[in-house]
Design a protein around this ligand. Structure first.
Ligand code: SF4
Length: 411
């Protein structure tokens, strides 16, 4: 007989996982970010970091097992032995009102939290229970022995798991020994996603990244040396709009990446978010927000400058182009695509960029969050009008509208 307490079917959950983790279980091994100072990042601002104990994390894994069993029971009763499908979830919610309330009208806070957990866990089970993402910002912050124990317990509880991923900071990776990282790899940690952002110490210092180029290289090389796959996130635009610092930023970034030779490079062009501390620096003139052309130029230099082969992607919608593939095979095609853009007449470039941010999902996302306010709508209308009239200020108006769209959030 199942325990009917909602807490027994609830796990702790953080705010986010990276692009590509849609099929993964979100398992929280610590709360928020232990650094939390990067100027461009709003995600955990105002939230205090807290480690979770091994006992707490294991309790969550046990709750996942309990829920998986319950789903299987319901699935069996529906004549779908062991198969977790959408209709099984609906049936579970209807049959277990002690856990989930009278959804959607009469639900307590505890039951609502159980529903959130159900959505996370059932989605994972539907996708075959293969991939797990360890939340929040830096899972490697856990003592290596503790994390190893958690990984082993997780894989023992769910032998279907084939991939475990997490964010990690370079500084923390650099502080771990190669033997500790190898043990984590053997226990199941498959990928670390590391926000390198820049290889330029001036930029890292200004942005309060809390890591130097040397830390990035040391941490990255150790991860790669341990056999853990490394996805290095880099950020065109992070040095602002002036040509010289921007070129230094991207060259130093290329240099760091060429030393690390990560498995994957993920490009995340800067969006100056109104919820991040960098926004005030932009508005006060202390930081010059980069134009799209500056970031496209940096992307081009990056593609030309990497001397190793890897997977490279620019899937986040803050990038003017969406690219994904093996660098060596795709480089020429991608560079031709960028060249074609760069040789367009200025107004056609502006049209291309405005369409990119209006119609490829960015504005839909902003609207779905209720942030497409009258000021933003007026800026977009102004950009459209000036483009139509081919007025002298059209390119500036388009840039302003794009910066405003991107300041609202990141899809
Ligand atoms: S380390 Fe990552 S999560 Fe933490 S503040 Fe910096 S960018 Fe944000």
């Amino acid at each position: 007989m199942a325990n009917k307490n909602p807490a027994e079917y609830t796990i702790d959950m953080g705010p986010m996982g990276p692009i590509g983790e849609g099929a993964a279980l979100m398992l929280r091994v610590n709360r928020n970010c232990p650094w939390n100072q990067c100027l461009f990042c709003p995600v955990y601002k105002g939230k205090k970091f807290a480690s979770r104990s091994i006992a707490e994390i294991k309790r969550d894994i046990d709750a996942i097992l309990r829920l998986a069993d319950l789903l299987e029971t319901v699935s069996g009763k529906m004549g779908l032995p062991g198969r977790i499908k959408r209709e099984v979830i609906g049936e579970l919610i209807r049959n277990y009102s002690e856990i989930y309330g009278e959804y959607p009208v009469n639900v307590t806070r505890e039951q609502w939290l159980a529903l959130q957990s159900l959505s996370n866990i059932a989605n994972w089970l539907i996708h075959g229970a293969k991939r797990v993402f360890l939340q929040d910002a830096n899972a490697l912050f856990l003592k290596p022995g503790d994390l190893t124990e958690v990984l082993r317990y997780l894989k023992k509880s769910f032998p279907t798991i084939d991939t475990i991923t997490s964010y990690a900071r370079s500084k923390t990776s650099a502080q771990r020994s190669l033997a500790e990282l190898r043990e984590l790899k053997e226990a199941g940690l498959s990928w670390c996603f590391v926000g390198i952002e820049s290889g330029c110490d001036d930029v890292l210092d200004f942005m309060r990244k809390g890591a130097t180029k040397k830390d990035h290289i040391e941490g990255g090389q150790k991860l790669m040396g341990s056999g853990i796959n490394l996805a290095a996130f880099v950020m065109p635009g992070l040095a602002g709009d002036d040509r010289e610092p921007a070129q230094k930023h991207i060259q130093e970034t290329i240099d760091a990446l060429n030393e690390i030779r990560p498995t994957e490079v993920r490009v995340r062009s800067l969006a100056v978010l109104e919820s991040a501390p960098l926004y005030a620096k932009w508005k006060s003139g202390e930081f010059k927000a980069p134009r799209e052309d500056r970031m496209v130029e940096e992307l081009k230099i990056l593609l030309e400058g990497l001397t190793f082969d890897c997977t490279l992607e620019t899937l986040q919608l803050t990038n003017a182009f969406t690219l994904k593939g093996k660098l060596a095979a795709q480089r020429e095609t991608w560079l031709e695509q960028i060249d074609r853009y760069q040789t367009l007449p200025p107004l056609e470039k502006a049209r291309f960029l405005l369409d990119r941010y209006l119609y490829d999902g960015y504005l839909t996302f902003v609207s779905s969050w209720g942030k497409n306010d009258f000021r933003l709508q007026a800026m977009i209308a102004e950009a459209e009008r000036s483009l139509e009239e081919q007025s002298d200020d059209a390119i500036g108006k388009v840039e302003q509208a794009i910066l405003a769209i991107k300041s609202k959030g990141i899809p």
